[in-house]
Design a protein around this ligand. Structure first.
Ligand SMILES: [Zn+2]
Length: 396
């Protein structure tokens, strides 16, 4: 354990550049209390207390304590607010401490900067594509392509309830104008440094070549008169249009893989697109969980694949260790590995970083004990994963 402890100390001294956050803007951060933090975290995806009664809070805590999302969020809350384990008895007092801290509008940024050591981050505000959480000094942005892939008709929404009409005010009259509007909207966001595709929540990741005429034939059609195949083809064409733009702008393309709709989110489905666009940097998110080996194989065979560890240490800390071992061993270039918090609040972002450091310390200790990696290699890889790779890839 001595080695893990020393490694953790080393990791704590390294600054962070996060490749992926959904950080809420200041007014939403200032409205947070303990219930709000749970609601805006992955814990809230699992369940929440049935009511604010002490009995319901205690029952919920009893059910959730073993879960990785909860464990790391609680560790963060303990560090930030000195609460110890969250219980029904200290719930309201902790909630008041959180509210009091957030009265300072800059508090949430200070937690990222001072406590977590963030220097920069790439923001994915899917509710405001291309936005940077109101802080362009800290955040560059990943421009979301999803609503454009889904938006062949003004009544259609993507899985985040977005549609191009919400961005433009009205639907472009022609398909040509629609494609031009994509370019114009990206140009309106000078802080954009990447594209992001989270379409795995609503469709398969098998993107196939589609002619412009086929996509144009779907444009403006009433959704009731379209087939699933036509809608998929429209998305395929717009996806490939974004890949062209990515090459032109030298924007990495971040793609959600794994753990969305489980049938259809395996990273291997992306291989045709990855192979057809060698000039595009595909950044595959979440280690493709549960398909670590598949995503590692893609990175082994295709030099335009980058792997991103964001979210995995929170999903399953043990699985993240196995993923990190595999990725380090298989990547032809260790500059193709980065990390992001993938969170909405600073409290959870810090917890995600604690989880990552725990994973890195454990994996590096094993690599050191087995004499596969030297101390200096471990230090170099730590710098690369925590900030250098993301800073270079996204030109931050
Ligand atoms: Zn995310």
């Amino acid at each position: 354990m001595k080695m893990e402890f020393e490694l953790l100390q080393m990791l704590e001294g390294i600054p962070v550049v996060s490749s992926h956050e959904h950080h809420l803007e200041t007014p939403a951060q200032q409205a947070l209390d303990l219930d709000g933090i749970f609601r805006r975290s992955y814990v809230g995806w699992c369940s929440l207390p049935a009511s604010a009664s002490p009995a319901d809070r205690a029952a919920w805590l009893d059910s959730i304590r073993a879960n990785s999302y909860f464990i790391w969020l609680e560790k963060s809350l303990d560090t930030l607010y000195g609460c110890g384990p969250v219980t029904a008895a200290n719930w309201d007092a902790l909630s008041e401490k959180i509210r009091a801290a957030h009265r300072d509008p800059s508090y949430h940024w200070e937690v990222l900067r001072r406590t977590a050591g963030y220097r920069r981050m790439v923001e994915d505000s899917y509710w405001n594509p291309g936005g940077c959480a109101g802080n362009p000094e800290m955040a560059a942005s990943a421009y979301r392509m999803d609503c454009w892939m889904a938006g062949f008709h003004p009544s259609v929404r993507d899985h985040d309830q977005m549609n191009p009409v919400l961005l433009l005010g009205k639907m472009p009259e022609t398909f040509d104008a629609y494609l031009a509007a994509i370019r114009q909207d990206i140009a309106r966001h000078p802080q954009a440094c990447a594209f992001k595709c989270a379409a795995a929540y609503e469709r398969s990741l098998r993107f196939l070549p589609v002619s412009r005429a086929e996509a144009e034939a779907v444009y403006g059609k009433s959704p009731a008169c379209t087939t699933p195949d036509e809608r998929t083809k429209f998305g395929d064409f717009v996806f490939s249009y974004f890949l062209q733009l990515a090459e032109e702008l030298d924007f990495p393309v971040q793609i959600h893989t794994g753990l969305a709709r489980l049938s259809g989110s395996s990273p291997l489905l992306l291989e045709p697109a990855v192979a057809a666009h060698p000039g595009v940097k595909f950044v595959l998110f979440h280690g493709g969980f549960p398909w670590f080996y598949e995503i590692a194989a893609l990175a082994h065979n295709h030099r335009n694949v980058y792997l991103d560890l964001n979210w995995i240490p929170l999903v399953s800390t043990e699985a993240a260790k196995s993923a990190l071992h595999t990725f380090l061993e298989i990547l032809p270039d260790s500059s193709h590995l980065s990390w992001g918090g993938d969170t909405w609040t600073s409290e959870e972002a810090y917890g995600a970083l604690l989880a990552l450091r725990h994973v890195m310390a454990s994996v590096f200790a094993e690599k050191r004990r087995s004499v596969l990696y030297s101390a200096s290699l471990v230090e170099r890889l730590s710098e690369k994963i925590l900030w250098e790779n993301a800073q270079k890839l996204y030109r931050l």
